[in-house]
Design a protein around this ligand. Structure first.
Ligand SMILES: C[C@H](O)[C@@H](O)CC(=O)C(=O)O
Ligand code: MG
Length: 442
């Protein structure tokens, strides 16, 4: 059982110089330095919880500041009381009468809330001696529901409907858990085709991925149509007609432009176009979804969908065919639970976003829970995987046969190696000092 007051909260700015090699690059984020605002909380009994939210380098210090601003709402709180009424604690962090003016429930404050809440979930799972996915799977439906803030979504999903979904999914749960422990959760890879990778690198990474058994691939598009045609052709030829290809534009286009551009890529049979336009444009996504449906291409979005209300509207307006939850963009597990349940109600498959540092580690827990205890289905479902920076975590993801193997250690897989966090601290960690000294960064 988790118990004791939270006595400490520390937060640091940890950055990895991924832009030097164009890892993670896309049409809009051409030089990301995968980074985190990294939170450590501690109870009076000495138990620690680790949390993070993902950023792209510059501005991480602002998220750190927002976490510091939230810390007075956390320090001194009793951890048992928090998890006994997690909904209220979620509200406290996201609806503070003064802080909410900075959001509400969006942007930097929501990222900060996610980092803090992720640390609390990690603490809870550690205290129970279970990996987070198992903590969720074993939890009573009533208790799970008590973690969710239903404000603003009851027109789409009531508490009663959510409870019914969870109760119904009890059937076959044990079998599905066994299945996951044996086979893992199916994944796709984005690591072969970041937009800044030259064709040679793309080819080499794709043939390595094929030899490792990957069958689903995502390519970055949206900067230049001729490049997209060339890169999609290259990948499709390498993977053959039967393997799955997805494309991701990271919000590059206007609505009409998206429809026109994607129509030019139809011969490569992409399963989905991801983030074709502004993440806030719900009706725009709906228009694109409608126009592309006859071509067999679905719309996927979510990595910058900042809260459950946006997901609700995307679902209500049939604007997406794949829900891409993000463990650090939404308000932690609490808000992700709401979205998983809404997706189930609307019968839209969840295919989580994981392109970033730490995102694979976290989101695997949520998708395992989704399969075992909510959707019970693997149809049209897969979780993103990127092959970067796992070595900095104490419990890195384990991939076998292109599937995520369920984590076994207690917690949310959020803890970074001390040495990694220290060396990559921005701006004074050793890695950054050396990069500045050698003039590789300014
Ligand atoms: C900047 C990130 O790497 C982004 O491109 C990730 C992404 O869109 C994805 O993984 O999908
Ligand atoms: Mg994406």
């Amino acid at each position: 059982m988790v118990k004791g007051k939270i006595t400490k909260l520390s937060v640091s700015d940890v950055r990895f110089p991924t832009s030097l090699e164009q890892h993670g690059s896309d049409a809009m984020h051409t030089d990301p330095d995968y980074s985190v605002a990294y939170v450590v909380i501690e109870t009076e009994g000495g138990l620690k919880g680790y949390g993070l939210t993902f950023t792209l380098g510059k501005g991480t210090e602002i998220v750190v500041c927002a976490v510091q601003a939230l810390s007075s709402l956390v320090i001194g709180k009793d951890s048992e009381e928090i998890v006994n009424d997690f909904r209220s604690f979620y509200r406290l962090l996201t609806s503070d009468g003064q802080m909410r003016w900075l959001g509400p429930e969006k942007g930097v404050v929501q990222l900060a809330a996610a980092a803090v809440l992720n640390a609390v979930w990690d603490l809870w799972a550690r205290a129970e001696g279970k990996p987070l996915w198992k903590l969720l799977v074993d939890m009573d439906p009533e208790k799970l529901i008590s973690c969710i803030d239903f404000r603003y979504i009851t027109d789409a999903l009531t508490e009663k409907e959510a409870l019914d979904i969870l109760r119904k999914a009890r059937d076959g749960k044990c079998k599905r858990e066994e299945h996951m422990l044996k086979e893992g959760y199916p994944a796709y890879t984005t690591s072969c085709a970041w937009i800044g990778y030259p064709d040679e690198q793309l080819k080499q990474l794709c043939s390595k991925a094929l030899s490792e058994g990957w069958t689903r691939f995502k390519v970055k598009v949206g900067a230049d149509l001729n490049d997209d045609i060339r890169r999609c052709r290259l990948l499709r030829e390498m993977i053959g007609p039967d393997k799955t290809l997805m494309i991701d534009a990271n919000q590059r286009w206007d609505v009409a432009e998206a429809i026109e551009w994607v129509s030019r890529l139809v011969e490569f049979k992409p399963l989905w176009i991801e983030e074709p336009t502004s993440p806030d444009d719900i009706l725009g996504h709906a228009a694109i979804a409608k126009a592309l449906a006859p071509l067999g291409i679905g719309v996927a979005t979510g990595e910058q969908c900042h809260n459950r209300v946006m997901f609700k509207q995307l679902l209500q307006s049939q604007a997406l065919r794949f829900v891409q939850i993000d463990s650090c963009r939404l308000g932690s597990v609490n808000e992700n639970l709401a979205v998983l349940l809404m997706a189930e109600k609307f019968q839209v498959p969840v295919c989580p976003h994981a392109g970033g540092v730490g995102l694979c580690e976290l989101v695997q827990h949520l998708i395992l829970f989704d399969y075992i205890a909510v959707s019970g289905s693997l149809e049209n479902r897969m979780c993103e995987y990127v092959d970067h920076l796992h070595e900095h975590f104490t419990n890195p993801v384990v991939i076998k046969n292109a599937s995520y193997m369920p984590p076994k250690n207690p917690g949310y897989s959020t803890e970074m190696k001390d040495d990694s966090a220290k060396r990559h601290q921005f701006p004074d960690g050793e890695v950054w000092r050396e990069l500045r000294a050698s003039r590789r960064v300014q």
